[in-house]
Design a protein. Sequence first.
Length: 101
Amino acid sequence: MKPVVKVEGNIGRLVLVGQFDFNMHKDFRQTSQELLDHPAVMQILVDFDQVPFLDSSALGMLLLLKERATLQKKTLALVNCHDTVQQVLEIACFNKMFDIQ
């Protein structure tokens, strides 16, 4: 399912639904670009509340988003990560590179 974009003030939320894997690559890039291009958005939250699983391609997509957000001086945080997602992020040492809430 395509990610959902929500903007409230200067916070943009990218709500992911379902497995976050390579099949979501195109939709993730398009929707994240909406937030990067939005002039009011200064912080991007990637919401994992409805994500049961993510794979290595998802990790790559997150790294690219972080790089693009940093270039535009926007902050990025990963939020609502459940156990399985949290474990994958920790194994990949993303807890050292990302703000995980």
